[in-house]
Design a protein around this ligand. Structure first.
Ligand SMILES: [Fe+2]
Ligand SMILES: [Fe+2]
Length: 403
């Protein structure tokens, strides 16, 4: 594995100094969707009327997930699965019980003052950022909470870790929702729980997708944090100051999924696992790239070049992922970025068609060649020679304390 990692080129210069996460990888969104927003003051009860300012339901919108909980119970039954290293999970549980960020998410007066200073288009962009992030965090909360509940009898240790991860995600979502209150808005999370469509993934796909979602989340948060620390003139809203400790939660969550996959070697050790690993890497990276290139004003607003930021996050996430997935994409091949850029251009054209006054039929006809071109680019990116990766000896995955 080390040799494969060494073959990879360095990340983009601006971010090259970023060290690897402090927390070792023990063994990813972007996820979610439509939120009902109340434009009343935050203290008012959430409105039950129309979804004013709601996230549009698109393929790229954050998703909620559900899975086959019976199969999950089988996978984590220690009587059936002898690969489950109970000592390792017990150690992880102690780590989560330590609750490093119990007192981290405390607000101060800076939030409201900063929000009041954000006006014009940047204000709207910030609201959308908070809304999407809150929905993504809340998605994790719902999934982990249900897994914690369903696995209680089969594997109480794994179940408790899921419950403690749902604690973290609830905290993250709540903190972002408080951020929305600075803008006199609030997400109705109860409504969201019932109104959102849930995407079903088989357990093994949940593992790939959530691992990537947590790790990409880690790299996004830590990259923004380090950038704003070095460029404080762009620090326009204090939530970013919390990202350093916050992202360690995401890193721990990713490491837990790494340990889970390690206990299910059938998801990592054959040709199908390689194909699925590459598929999920591509889905997660492309979704982020297309989402972010539609929102360059946000990243430019905090002094980042959107594409440079995204490529840094993709390269770092891919390097981390290569420690556990049996194959990853060759994202450091310049051709991969060229393909992403072509997809982003096509996506912009698709968005532009959606915004015209044309009849739905005309819009759909105009979309056909673009969707075909996008599918073509996706397939070509998927078929690029992959990087063989992963490690089934897992020697470096001993749990350690972060702080
Ligand atoms: Fe989170
Ligand atoms: Fe997380």
């Amino acid at each position: 594995m080390a040799a494969e990692m060494a073959m990879m080129v360095k990340p983009i210069s601006k971010f090259a100094a970023s060290p690897t996460p402090k927390f070792p990888t023990l063994a990813r969104p972007p996820r979610l969707s439509a939120v009902k927003m109340s434009s009343t003051a935050a203290t008012a009860p959430p409105s039950k009327k129309g979804p004013k300012g709601a996230i549009k339901e698109t393929l790229l919108a954050p998703r909620f997930y559900t899975t086959d909980f019976d199969e999950m119970e089988m996978l984590f039954n220690t009587e059936i699965n002898k690969n489950l290293n109970e000592a390792e999970f017990e150690a992880l549980l102690q780590e989560f019980k330590t609750d490093y960020n119990q007192k981290h998410f405390v607000r101060n007066n800076e939030f409201k003052e900063a929000a009041d200073k954000l006006q014009g288009p940047l204000r709207q962009i910030f609201v959308e950022f908070l809304e999407r992030s809150c929905t993504a965090e809340f998605s994790g909360f719902l999934l982990y909470k249900e897994l914690g509940r369903r696995l209680k009898k089969t594997n109480p240790v794994v179940a408790e870790i899921f419950s403690l991860m749902s604690r973290d995600e609830a905290r993250h979502a709540g903190f972002l929702n408080k951020g929305l209150s600075d803008f006199n808005l609030a997400l109705d999370l109860g409504f969201l729980t019932k109104a959102r469509k849930y995407t079903f993934f088989k357990p093994k796909f949940i593992f790939y997708a959530t691992y990537l979602s947590e790790k990409i989340g880690y790299w996004r948060y830590i990259t923004i944090y380090r950038h704003l620390k070095n460029n404080p003139e762009y620090q326009c809203y204090p939530i970013f100051k919390y990202f350093e400790n916050w992202c360690q939660d995401e890193n721990r969550h990713g490491d837990f999924f790494s340990a889970l996959m390690k206990a299910q070697p059938q998801f990592l050790n054959d040709w199908k696992a390689k194909l699925w690993s590459r598929f999920f890497c591509l889905s997660v990276y492309v979704t982020m790239y297309l989402n972010d290139t539609q929102r360059t004003a946000f990243y430019e607003g905090i002094g980042l070049d959107t594409k440079e930021f995204d490529m840094h996050v993709i390269i770092e996430t891919n390097r981390t992922t290569a420690r556990i997935f049996p194959a990853v994409l060759d994202v450091e091949n310049p051709e991969f970025k060229r393909k992403l850029d072509r997809m982003a251009d096509i996506n912009q054209k698709l968005v532009a068609i959606g915004e015209t006054q044309d009849m739905p039929l005309v819009k759909n006809l105009k979309r056909i060649p673009l969707v075909a071109a996008l599918a073509n680019e996706l397939l070509a990116a998927y078929l690029m020679p992959p990087v063989e990766s992963g490690s089934m000896d897992f020697a470096e995955f001993e749990p350690q304390v972060v702080y």
